[in-house]
Write a protein that binds this ligand. Structure first.
Ligand code: C2E
Ligand code: CA
Ligand code: CA
Length: 532
């Protein structure tokens, strides 16, 4: 029995250190030795040899039993390991590695489960993303962006109970399922999310202020389908974003109509570009002191046989989404420069959407248009918005510089409507800025509005920029802006956008509604406001 004990102790020592293959090999050796000891015991003539063989045989039996039990436990362990690994793999596949929130796969599975289960019929879905997240990534780097996402997840988690799922479903996009179909509740949720995410974040000493755009859809998950509800919530969010609204936007039939309108616009646009349905209107921009025509802004006008007049506010974003903006920009540049060839000493201004501005070869395309029209660069200026400058700052800066090196003036449009215009003025050298028409609403009536306008004009001048006020609708505004030393004025008071022929006639007459002497004579309300 000593040998048997020795065997089992050896086996005990190596327990856990052998692989399944090694156990199998050991088992085979034991069976072989068992067989040999049986043969020896039967054939041996000497008693001591026989007894030795029998004890070897018994030791082998014990070893065999021990080792098979071990093999079973090894098998069980490896099965358990496999099951655990599988569970972890599933868990990993369904969790967002960065934030630990459920990911898109998990979110879709939950929606799918809701479709199958009777318990959840009507649900609410919220879709939201982070405003300015791209800016954070671009300007502060991806590590800070990642940390921001983690902190966002930390703030979101306590807002949701176990029955309310919140998931990160892509980049800076999140979605939540609430098993309720109450509009009031969903708005409350919107407010909670908004409040949680608008408190500034402190990441490695950077104070980061972000906001969120939120859309929601309420529906019967069995009838509408989870995927469709998510799509509606996404579209509602898109709408909230395009209106720069911090309120949760609920998907409704009006939005649905608007979206189908967008779809028609998208379908109709290629034909419109080919069939000359898109024309340009020209709005004069005059010198604020003399009223003399300085330049004209070209504005697209689309008379569609299917849709009627399509507003540029609708057509331009659709063209940007569908890639037709390049063709639209080409058309605008070509047509505006054609009209410029028919008048003297007046620049035409063309609005350039961020998508068109970022196209590679944009500067070359503009230069080619000038060459084709036989015009110098002093006959064209471009209006760009903050959107151009927000992302890909370096590239945008290079493009602005290349255009200006060619002699093409670049103006910052809609100044004051964005959120960080001052930093753009600091970083980008441009020829001028156009103060957004919303600034003019209270001008001449509220002292504060007048002071702000004065500051913006002074700011532009301190950066050597020409300052243009747009949306001038009455004489008061015009007079006050002149007194505030604004350089140029544009608006219905001087002229509404007009057809090319009308504009050419206007340019020939070069009518001035606002001779300097007229203003000096008159002590209107604007002047009163100035002295207040
Ligand atoms: P924007 O660049 O700010 O253009 C000025 C808008 O103000 C024009 O609207 C113009 O008709 C309007 N407007 C002019 N004077 C007055 C006024 O005294 N009072 C008021 N309330 N409005 C005035 P429109 O033509 O509807 O264009 C809307 C926007 O669509 C433009 O805003 C511009 O951002 C975009 N857009 C227009 N044409 C083009 C284009 O050819 N290409 C691109 N990318 N965008 C364009
Ligand atoms: Ca403009
Ligand atoms: Ca504008």
């Amino acid at each position: 029995m000593d040998q048997a004990d020795a065997f089992t102790s050896v086996i005990h020592q190596v327990e856990g250190s052998l692989s399944r293959e090694q156990y199998n090999a050991a088992l085979a050796v034991i069976v072989f030795v068992m067989g040999a000891s049986v043969i020896c015991a039967v054939l041996a003539s000497e008693l001591t040899v026989r007894a030795f063989s029998i004890s070897i045989f018994l030791a082998m039996i014990i070893a065999y039993l021990r080792i098979t039990r071990m093999k079973l436990s090894v098998l069980r362990n490896s099965l358990e390991d496999a099951a655990r690994n599988h569970g972890e793999a599933v868990e990993l596949a369904e969790r967002d590695a960065l934030t630990g929130l459920p990911n898109r796969v998990a979110f879709n599975q939950i929606l799918h489960r809701y479709e199958q289960e009777a318990a959840h019929e009507r649900i609410s879905l919220i879709f939201f993303d982070l405003n300015r997240f791209k800016d954070v990534n671009d300007s502060l780097g991806h590590n800070i962006g990642d940390e921001l996402l983690k902190q966002v997840a930390q703030r979101l988690r306590p807002l949701f109970s176990d029955s309310q799922i919140v998931a990160r479903i892509g980049g800076d996009e999140f979605a939540a399922i609430l098993p309720t179909d109450c509009t009031v509740t969903i708005r409350d949720w919107g407010r909670k999310i908004h409040d949680a995410l608008t408190i500034p974040f402190d990441i490695e000493g950077h104070e980061i202020v972000i906001g969120t755009s939120m859309g929601a859809a309420i529906g019967d998950v069995k009838v509408d389908g989870g995927e469709e509800l998510l799509r509606r919530a996404d579209l509602a969010m898109y709408e909230a974003k395009s209106q720069q609204s911090s309120e949760l936007r609920l998907f409704d039939s009006r939005l649905s109509q608007k979206l189908s309108e967008r779809r028609v616009v998208r379908v109709e646009m290629p034909g419109a570009l080919l069939d000359n349905q898109i024309k340009l209107a020209y709005q004069p921009i005059v010198d604020a002191r003399t009223g003399k025509l300085e330049c004209a802004e070209a504005l697209m006008r689309w008379a569609s046989p299917v849709l009627g007049q399509v507003s540029p506010a609708l057509a331009v974003p659709v063209a940007e989404e569908s890639g037709q903006i390049v063709a639209l920009t080409d058309l605008t540049l070509r047509e505006a420069l054609r009209v410029a060839t028919k008048i003297d000493a007046c620049r035409v201004g063309v609005n350039i959407s961020p998508v068109a501005f970022r196209q590679s070869g944009f500067v070359d395309a503009v230069a080619t248009h000038l060459i084709d029209a036989g015009l110098g660069s002093d006959r064209l200026y471009l209006e760009i918005t903050e959107g151009v400058l927000i992302s890909h700052m370096e590239q945008a800066n290079r493009t602005v510089k290349q255009l200006r090196d060619l002699g093409i003036e670049v103006y910052l449009d809609d100044f004051g409507t964005g959120y960080s215009s001052l930093s753009y003025l600091q970083n980008f050298e441009m020829d001028g800025l156009k103060i957004d028409k919303s600034f003019l609403r209270h001008l001449g009536r509220r002292e504060q509005a007048t002071q702000i306008m004065r500051s913006v004009i002074n700011l532009g001048h301190s950066l050597n920029m020409t300052v243009v006020a747009e949306g001038v609708e009455n004489e008061w505004q015009a007079r006050l802006l002149q007194l505030l030393t604004c350089d140029r004025l544009q608006g219905y008071y001087f002229a509404a956008p007009m057809s090319a022929d009308e504009f050419l006639a206007y340019a020939r007459d070069n009518k001035s509604k606002m001779a300097a002497s007229d203003i000096a004579d008159d002590e209107g309300p604007a002047a009163a406001s100035m002295s207040a």
